[in-house]
Design a protein around this ligand. Sequence first.
Ligand code: NAP
Length: 484
Amino acid sequence: MVAKTIPVDPFDLVILGATGDLAQRKILPGLYRRMCAGQLPSDARIIGASRTDINADGFRAFARKAITEYVKDSRCNTQGLDLFLAMLDYEKLDVFADDGWKQLKRHLRKGVISAFYFSVGPNLFGEISHKLTKHKLTDENSRIVVEKPFGHDLTSAQALNRDLTSCFDEHQIYRIDHYLGKETVQNLMAIRFGNALFEPLWNAQHVDHVQITVAEDLGIAGRGAYYNKSGAMRDMVQNHLMQLLCLTAMEPPSKYSADAVRDEKLKVIRALEPVPESDYVRGQYSGEKNNDSYLDHAEDPDSLTESYIALKVNIANWRWAGTPFYLRTGKRLRARMSEIAVVFKDPPHSIFEGEFNRKGNVLVIRLQPDEGITLRVTIKEPGPGGMRLTEVPLDMAFSEALGEQFSFLPDAYERLIMDVIRGDQTLFMRGDEVEAAWAWVDPIIHGWQRSHQRPLPYDPASSGPDDALMLLHRDGRRWRKIKA
Ligand code: NAP
């Protein structure tokens, strides 16, 4: 059985777009796993809504199939599935028509928390907000959950924020970035602010540089049309990588609360320097065999969209001036790997004779695969024959260190949905954060759009274009290996 948790308060959760991909792969399986963990109150209600003409039993059959397919944990078997399915209901609803909303209102109870998960395209966010308000489905205690992409530039993000805030207070809006729901990402804050060990070293005086990598081994097959309008900068850097950068670079918040944490993240984004053309490298994978190049899937033979980007980012504040953050992300790379590596400076003076292949102290926070933390330290090589030095990792895979009870870490989505019900916005992006991120990203994108810059080709299953290596080599540094 999964580690037990205290049930949240009774709630009505409406999934708008309940028959879509996200609902079947993440939301419904995530909610079921929370039930297995004992976190759903027995009177929780989950109401699906979309245009598909099914009734409650049809939706339960859909959910059963999704859970059977996507919940692969022996401690959360299908024994409790009927109990979960009994919590489900469904309303056929077209966002643009009025009648479905009136019917939906009849499912909602008074006096319990109501949450509305907008699991639909962002073009429907505004209309849904207005319909929820018009038909009085919400009160001041209701929450809405919106998915990425949150705009495609500053102007569209501002328009989206205006749409949402014309109907809801900021404290009711939960903008999901599922990277923030990952166990290790929260652990980054625990490590930094829960130990006296690291924080005194966490600055430009002791940290040489930071590398943030989000590498994917899969290409864009099946998502070509969507991805081609976006590219790595919009799809990954503007949200996920910037959130990781913020949590790594921010000042200690005065307390672990939503606005205290988000205020500090916002200060980091506002301190980011503009990135000149010489400090980024864009790539596009180009396989000659097996029709495996980006252009084979992009539905645009002349596409200039990048499937890879690496950037050198400088933060103009006292803590980080002179210590660059190197970010990279790409599709169809050698392996699926996400990590933050904090590379410390060498000791100022060595008392030991002789050379060894020093790579230095590195703290690696692994997001995937196998979430955990590694600290590389220098030790004496065992045995007689003098003082020979070598480097070893102090490795902590959470699943091993915390024992059987915690070997089953919750998926980011299930944690975040429960935070919505609990009313905790700490791991969600605030409107001003999203806009500040776009304000930094937009000029970089405009720069390469103006010059019609063609992304550099790279081989599938490689570590990206060679020029990305130079981004670090010219600074006397090197990227960490991309490996599973
Ligand atoms: P999807 O598979 O296309 O599903 C969209 C859902 O919206 C369907 O249930 C569809 O059902 C419903 N819908 C569309 N038009 C509607 C209308 N006029 N009225 C009522 N319902 C309508 O999309 P998705 O992949 O689940 O993505 C949902 C959202 O999450 C998007 O914003 C996406 O960018 C974001 N997201 C998805 C993922 C993922 O892994 N899938 C990851 C990150 C973010 P009917 O056709 O039956 O109406």
